[in-house]
Design a protein around this ligand. Sequence first.
Ligand code: MN
Ligand code: MN
Length: 318
Amino acid sequence: MSDTPRFEPLDNTVVPRYAGIPTFMRLPYAPDPTVLDIALVGVPFDGAVTNRAGTRHGPREVRNMSSLIRRVHHATGVDPYAHCKVGDAGDTPVVPMNMMKSLELIEAFYKPLAAAGVIPLSCGGDHLMTLPIFRAIARDKPVGMVQFDAHTDTGDAGYGGEKFHHGTPFRRAVEEGLLDPKRTVQIGIRGARSSSDYSDFSHDSGMRVIYIEEFYDLGVDKVVEEARRVIGDGPTYISFDVDGIDPAYTPGTGTPEIGGYTTHEAQRMLRGLRGANLIGADVVEVSPPFDPSGNTALVGATMMYEILCLLAEARAGK
Ligand code: MN
Ligand code: MN
């Protein structure tokens, strides 16, 4: 008999899915996540929001709703747990009232994972959290990115001159040499601007910006083709802001913008990234206080699962 944990979900024919302690996907808690191939990490941080808060509660609610997720993907047949050791690494430490300190703590949490070659799949949290994750995993070589979002998040120091908020992570990441803008594609951008002299760092730096109008003009398959062209074969991160999806499906988020893609279209796009060189991902901006039905948390959990299947195949292929 081995005491080695199996790092796969509880069997729902043995332990009903509504029972037990809700970890991500009902996986074992891994207090030492460096033993894993893929670590699911909560980042309970919303100190960088510019408007409606609440994403600090995201990881807990996504964990709860993730108990609905089964193990084998119905469309691709992928069983991520057959490929990889996957566990719940718990939440990063944060100091709720100190953003800069929280950024340091988040980065410090991911550094040992990066050193051990563990792929992180994180759940937020507001979108600034991707910056400290990049600082931990992309210092040596800038990553490419597929970003699902209604917003580019490449703003500058608005809001009283503050350089760090959830509308700036990807401008800061390019400036810090962590993100390669030429290998970045942003999908689903929309919403009114704050002023008419708006210029966007995404365009200026060479990111490929697919506005929602172009998304619907091209269709899912062509958008996927374009995203694959942009990221190429290099190491690539998926950052999935749930506000990229239409708020009919994801009302529980801080900055909703109507007219987005559906949950199914998002799933199809993610599946189109099978075989890409994926080195990490996150699902961000689930805000439970605006999510009375729990559906936004369910969408977040399901997108995490879709991405987990991609990461498991990517990891197994290495
Ligand atoms: Mn957004
Ligand atoms: Mn965002």
